[in-house]
Design a protein around this ligand. Sequence first.
Ligand code: 1HN
Length: 373
Amino acid sequence: MIEDVIGRARVQATPELEEYYARLAKHGSGALWTVANEIEPWFPQPRSIPMHWRYEDLRPLVIESATLVTGDDAGRRVVYLVNDERRDVSAAVGLLYTGLQIMNPGESMTAHRHAAAALRFVIEGEGAWTIVNGDRLKVGPNDFAITPKGTWHEHGNESDTTQVIWQDGLDIPLVNALDSNFYEVHPDLHQIPGKVVNTSLLEHGSGILKPDGRSWAKRYSPLLAYPWERTYEALVNLARVSDGTPYDGVIMEYVNPHTGGSVMPTMGAHMQLLQPSQSTLAHRHTGSVIYHVTKGRGHSIIGGRRFDWKEHDIFCVPSWAWHEHANDDPAGEACLFSFNDFPMINALDLHAEEAMDANGGHQDIGEGALNSG
Ligand code: 1HN
């Protein structure tokens, strides 16, 4: 890619240079000016495209998978959602993975752990449980749970009648891109859970108090499950006193109660509420986001394309793509769950953000893309 700009690579190829490049290649080398403009874009060039996955399309296919393979053979029975431009790394957007996992009544999966971190957002079914490092969590629709890096985990469905479907979110493409992934099957195939269910919620989930004299040195949240009722209550309470942000409406982050920071070092998660007929302003930022429509119907315009969504649909916003959301229901609110790679973007000081102004121009609203925060 030649750019006729001073300060950018603008060498025209000649037969002499081509012959020189061929000799460099033989020695495991190359001329920077042939690739410099590609590897140093003026602004982010995500390969991922905005995508929308309709639950009504995917649900029958997910249910079909439960008759095609056993949980034991599949390891986890998951239909994963993949970005058209990121099939090579099994990512839904950027370096984030997501999928829909189904468990039949009475079924359970074996215990394992990996360097990739995982999160779950429950879609349907009442009997789901997961054991994370010995803590048995019971989770129902719209509950959010985490399986941080290196924690032993196994899941099941104790219902006699209904299937469970939940959304998995993982940072696997990231961890693989960093060549840092490890995987282990539990030596006993199963953990022995503690006697009390949802221990982490009883210990760390009060929201206003933290246990005295208890230290927590790990990099992830000691709270492993975030029930929907309390999430929704917090959101509605905030909506009574705040309009939230112009770009996202009333939005709250699931936090590590010990630090107030993100739930895990690589991935964060939010729940947001859009008031009846509310539409937000467009902005763009570095970092990738995967949304799950928890409630309501509306649309988002992402990278200039309109996606009409309804309950349980999933869509993604690639890094640096303009996006805005609208609740199209004049009578009811809409809620969006989302997870992202912001903790990592922030840890690496790569956050940049711009707002679109009324004339379609843009305005920096971060610390400046090339300044250090
Ligand atoms: C995993 O461990 C689970 O434990 C789900 O439920 C999906 C996708 C890729 C790698 C590991 C699970 C996964 C996964």
